[in-house]
Design a protein around this ligand. Sequence first.
Ligand SMILES: Cc1cc2nc3c(=O)[nH]c(=O)nc-3n(C[C@H](O)[C@H](O)[C@H](O)COP(=O)(O)OP(=O)(O)OC[C@H]3O[C@@H](n4cnc5c(N)ncnc54)[C@H](O)[C@@H]3O)c2cc1C
Length: 304
Amino acid sequence: MTGSVHIDTLRISPEFGARVVFDAPMSKYTSWHAGGPADLLFTPRDVTDLSSFLRQLPVTMPLLWIGLGSNLLVRDGGVRGAVISMNGTLGALERVSAQRIHAQAGVPCAKLAKQCVKWGLGPAEFFAGIPGTLGGALAMNAGAWDGETWRHVTEVDVIDRRGVRRTRPASDYEVSYRHVRCHPGEWFIAARLEFERKPGVNDAAIKELLERRKQTQPIGEWSCGSVFTNPPGEHAGRLIEKSGLKGFRIGDASVSQKHANFIINHGAARAADIEALILHVQRTVAELHQVELKTEVRIVGVPQ
Ligand SMILES: Cc1cc2nc3c(=O)[nH]c(=O)nc-3n(C[C@H](O)[C@H](O)[C@H](O)COP(=O)(O)OP(=O)(O)OC[C@H]3O[C@@H](n4cnc5c(N)ncnc54)[C@H](O)[C@@H]3O)c2cc1C
């Protein structure tokens, strides 16, 4: 059962058939590779298709929007309702004036970084190491190396659950470190961003940032990046390391030896193992350092 909708009785119009997956295993759609099935997952062809799909869904059906799932822990019981995926779709990216670009929500951050370098615009190189979509970066105010998504946003296009689109100025949003107060019942479908002209910028800057990441982070392993936000004036990773938790393991999940703010799925971790490890880290750090670590990753879905 989904809200007040029985998924078995839900009729999806045949025109959307090829783009709907029922019982979609969320482990396939998240970078932790963990989590149970979503009742249904829809990948729209374009914004018009998305709008029509939303219009025909029962209004009581819960919705979860996802990009590349690089900041999501989906519990083992999965997601009740519909997941709308931006992975591999809504990928238009264009320069609209000397310093402004327009990008749809499905554009991978890495592509945005590379294209901005080609256009001689910056600083956008920081996007290169963020393995998500622009939509996810807008929802999270993703950032790295002193760069932050919303410093560049001038306007966003959003869609509501009746499929109605509107444009909002950046000033409509309260934004802080890895946090954006979004308007309930609206999701990002595109944004206009402004950069400076940086004619000298080239791929070498991106390569250098990616190299720095490789040296300090467990890139290539199954993770969600930093699990906790940094408390004011501190580094979550340093507190976790000082608590002796590097390598601490529950099931097939462990605190990374390379960067203590990363939790690695070694292959067979369940979401419950990862969540238990998150709680254990929070409790230990609170006990030893009197600091309450807050999760940067979003935990969604139902336990098994
Ligand atoms: C190896 C690694 C390194 C990382 N490094 C960084 C880093 O340096 N800096 C950083 O900030 N993050 C980092 N992350 C975390 C993650 O990549 C970012 O948070 C990213 O912005 C998430 O984008 P996504 O598209 O994968 O979003 P998802 O993980 O799919 O979703 C994240 C949240 O955004 C919401 N959302 C997604 N799309 C939309 C949309 N279109 N409209 C409204 N809401 C939406 C989701 O509902 C969810 O709440 C890293 C992750 C990994 C695995």
